[in-house]
Design a protein around this ligand. Sequence first.
Ligand SMILES: NC(=O)c1ccc[n+]([C@@H]2O[C@H](COP(=O)([O-])OP(=O)(O)OC[C@H]3O[C@@H](n4cnc5c(N)ncnc54)[C@H](O)[C@@H]3O)[C@@H](O)[C@H]2O)c1
Length: 471
Amino acid sequence: MTDVPEPAVPEPAVPAPAGRPRRLCVVGAGYVGLTAAACFAHLGHDVTCVERDPGRLAVLQDGGIPIHEPGLGELVTSGRAAGRLRFTADVAPALDGADAAFLCVGTPPQPSGEPDLSYLATAARELARHAASDLVVVVKSTVPPGSCEALELVCAEEARPGVAIDVVSSPEFLRESRAVEDFLAPDRVVVGADDAGVARMVADLYPSGCPVVVCDRRGAELVKYAANTFLAIKISFANEVAQLCDALGTEAAAVLAGVGADHRIGREFLRPGPGYGGSCLPKDVAGFVSLGAAAGTCTDLAEAAEAQNTRARHSVVERLDSVLGGLAGRRIGVLGLAFKDGTDDTRDSPGLQIVEDLVAAGADVATYDPLVDARLPAGSRMPTPADAVSGADAIVVTVASDEYRALDPMETAESMAGRVVFDAAGVLDLDVWGSAGLTVYGVGRGVPHSFYPVVWTPLRWTTARRTAEAA
Ligand SMILES: NC(=O)c1ccc[n+]([C@@H]2O[C@H](COP(=O)([O-])OP(=O)(O)OC[C@H]3O[C@@H](n4cnc5c(N)ncnc54)[C@H](O)[C@@H]3O)[C@@H](O)[C@H]2O)c1
């Protein structure tokens, strides 16, 4: 008998940047900055991350991470252990020998819809003041077209004599809850620069093998706004179809699966729900609209997406109000406060909006979210989903979480005072929950347990023909 050699087990691919390892400074240790810093260190670069919030910095310097992001803690720990990742409040040492500095600070929305660029300007000035030699500043924050050019002028004013600062755009596209995965295997890297050599150097910092789009700075800045606006339009379109499905008594999931199966359209983001939220989509659609206003172009599609989203966000409580015949004094359990599953981020969250609308309508609200900070206002926070639904006249599910999908309908029904469930996230099985004696409402799930007698043109035509034949 001859020995059969064991099949060779392929070595896991070692992540590497497209170019040589560099010394990098990353400013801002939020969702984007901390992910970028940890992933760049994982790729072999030497990274110093600057964070000005003393609380955040203390957590990082103690070896923890201040946000919830799967896989990020492990990368931070291994980067620190390898001596390739460190955190500081001081820009000067972080810039020592750095080839590039990434700006990853917040650009929050202002009431006008335009982003507040003051954090970015402050951070750019600090970089320019402390740069001892030529530096490439890469703007990862989402900024309107023209911002990199303006920041380059700001840097030129502050820079020491003889120090040249190039400002380059490389917007970030990561999704919270999948930030590490997206950063290390992005659909694309976008680099906007005036100088081809600088663009190459920046593109080569990212993982090898990922598609790279190189363009001018205004183009790169616009890619981010246009991409997020398109995603928002897709979500609002799904909600528009869902409203039609509710009116016609049919299931949006099947309709949208049929629509999304066309590869020109795609299935992603064609899910009805309580509207989009988070720190990016609402802000970036508003930014896109204000860009159009400033440039004198039409942004009707983006504005329609916003209007539809506002409707989607308020319709949950409006429908609950009509089903329950009023919300004052009713106890409502809300499952999900973050803007989506798998994150602790509540910025512009539909779940929080629902809680706010319920409280404004006089409801007594009990909430649950496994990742969200217990200090949040509005409604009393419960330690388990069972506590949040216990004694409730109705419950609302706001995010598509497996934890809520796995709830026992019989146990839930027994602990509730009422029979109404509003599954805005579309995670519960209507039949199973219906057989537990509960009435489940949702977005685009038809009208349960009753036929909604819509008579639109084709049915009217059939009815008219039958009547004519009978006569
Ligand atoms: N969160 C996302 O999913 C995401 C995805 C793509 C792009 N973006 C964009 O990236 C940018 C950052 O977003 P975020 O969610 O990471 O924000 P964030 O608020 O989570 O993090 C920003 C961090 O920068 C720090 N900071 C501010 N000014 C500083 C300074 N001068 N020096 C040092 N640190 C400073 C803040 O303390 C904070 O920790 C925004 O423009 C956002 O639109 C965000």
